[in-house]
Design a protein around this ligand. Structure first.
Ligand code: NAP
Length: 329
C-alpha cells in the first residue's frame, strides 16, 4: 500500500484571478476559491481560511489577528497579489512565523505610466475637456479655454522615492521639468540619473508645482497630507496620489480643492474604494478620479498572479528561499 502525501490546501480570495496563476496552483494544491468578482466577505474569509496551508489574497482582504487565529497554526504562507502591504497585520503574521509573498518590481512600469497619465489628465484637463466636447460646449478655438499648467520648466516633488517614485521621476525628466525634488528617509543613489534633490517634506510642499505621492502606507504615513500640508502647497499646485487613499485626510483635500488653495488633484486611490457616487470629490471639476487601476495592464496582472502563485508554491514545497518575492519580516 502506498501512502500518498495529502495535497496542500490553498485559499484564493477572488474568482477572477488571471488563469496562468490559478493553473500553477491547481497542479499541486487543492484550491478553495471565493468564486466571485467582488471581495470575499469577512465572515466567508473567517470560515474558508480554516485549515489552509496558504492564502492567495488581494489588497481588498484585511488579514489580521482574528483571521490568522481562525486559520490555525498550519498556515505557512500569505501571498498578496499587490506590492502594497497595508492590508496585512505584519506584526501578527511575523509572530506566527508565516511567510509573506508580494509582487514588487513587475508593476512598477505600469503604475508609473498611470501616474504620468493621471498627472497630465489633471494638469491639461483632458477628461474635463473631452466631457465638454461631448456636451457641445466647444464653440470655437479659444485662447483661454481649458488651459492648464505645462510640465516644462516646472518643479516636480515626489513623496517617497521607492521603486515607483523613481520610475515616475525617470519618465517625467524628458518632459523638460526644471527640478525634481524628493523626500526619503535616506539619500537615494538612483536620484542621480534625474538630478533629484532630497529635501524636507515642508520644502517639497512649498516649492513643487506638481506633488506626486508614491510613499508606502504605514502607521507613520497615514494621514500625512492633512490641512497643514495642503496649506503649505503653492496655489497652483497639482496633487497626484497613486499610493493609498489613507495617506490623505480627504476632508482637508476637499477643502483645499473647493477653496482653490491648490489648483487640482488627480487620485487613483481614495477612501472608501469604490467611492460612493454622491461623494463630495465627484462634484469637483478640479479633481480627476480613477478606480485604482495603477497596475492594470493585462500582462502585468498576469505576471502578478504567476508571482503570487509561485510565492505560495515555494513555501508549500519546503523551499521558502526560492520565493520570487518574499518580505523580510
Ligand atoms: P517601495 O519601493 O517600497 O517604495 C515605498 C516608499 O515609501 C519608499 O520610498 C520608502 O521610503 C517609503 N516609506 C516606507 N515606509 C515609510 C515610512 N514609515 N515613512 C516614510 N517613508 C516610508 O514601494 P513601491 O513599489 O514604489 O510602491 C509604493 C506604493 O505604491 C505601495 O506601497 C502601494 O501602496 C502603492 N501602489 C499603488 C498602486 C496603484 O494601483 N495605484 C500600484 C502599486 C503600488 P524610503 O525611501 O525612506 O525608504
Amino acid at each position: 500500500m502506498t501512502n500518498k502525501m495529502p495535497r496542500s490546501k490553498v485559499l484564493i480570495t477572488r474568482g477572477d484571478i488571471p488563469s496562468a496563476g490559478l493553473s500553477l496552483l491547481q497542479e499541486q494544491c487543492d484550491l478553495i476559491v471565493w468564486n466571485e468578482t467582488t471581495p470575499i466577505p469577512r465572515s466567508e474569509l473567517l470560515s474558508k481560511i480554516v485549515d489552509v496551508d496558504g492564502v492567495f489574497c488581494l489588497l481588498t482582504d484585511k488579514i489580521d489577528e482574528e483571521i490568522l487565529s481562525a486559520a490555525g497554526s498550519q498556515l505557512k504562507v500569505i501571498a498578496t497579489m499587490s506590492v502594497g502591504l497595508d492590508h496585512l497585520d505584519l506584526n501578527a503574521i511575523k509572530s506566527r512565523n508565516i511567510h509573506v509573498g508580494y509582487t514588487p518590481d513587475i508593476l512598477t512600469d505600469a503604475t508609473s505610466e498611470l501616474a504620468v497619465a493621471l498627472l497630465l489628465s489633471t494638469s491639461r484637463r483632458i477628461i474635463e475637456a473631452e466631457h465638454a466636447l461631448r456636451a457641445g460646449k466647444w464653440t470655437s478655438w479659444s485662447p483661454l479655454w481649458m488651459c492648464g499648467p505645462g510640465l516644462a520648466g516646472s518643479t516636480v516633488g515626489i513623496v517617497g522615492l521607492g521603486r515607483i517614485g523613481t520610475r515616475v521621476a525617470e519618465y517625467l525628466k524628458p518632459f523638460r521639468v526644471e527640478k525634481i525634488l524628493y523626500t526619503s528617509r535616506n539619500e537615494k543613489a538612483a536620484a542621480k540619473t534625474f538630478n533629484g534633490i532630497r529635501v524636507s517634506l515642508n520644502d517639497l510642499l512649498s516649492q513643487s508645482d506638481f506633488i506626486i505621492v508614491t510613499i508606502a502606507m504605514t502607521p507613520e504615513t497615514r494621514g500625512m497630507f492633512d490641512r497643514d500640508a495642503f496649506k503649505k502647497m503653492k496655489k497652483n499646485a497639482i496633487f497626484i496620489n497613486v499610493s493609498r487613499g489613507e495617506i490623505v485626510d480627504q476632508f482637508a483635500l476637499i477643502e483645499a480643492l473647493k477653496s482653490k488653495s491648490i489648483r487640482a488633484a488627480g487620485l487613483d486611490v481614495m477612501t472608501p474604494e469604490p467611492i460612493p457616487l454622491d461623494h463630495e470629490l465627484l462634484k469637483l471639476d478640479n479633481c480627476v478620479l480613477l478606480p485604482h487601476i495603477g497596475s492594470a495592464s493585462t500582462e502585468v496582472r498576469e505576471k502578478m498572479a504567476i508571482m503570487t502563485a509561485n510565492n505560495i508554491l515555494a513555501v508549500i514545497n519546503g523551499k521558502p528561499e526560492s520565493m520570487p518575492a518574499s518580505l523580510n519580516l
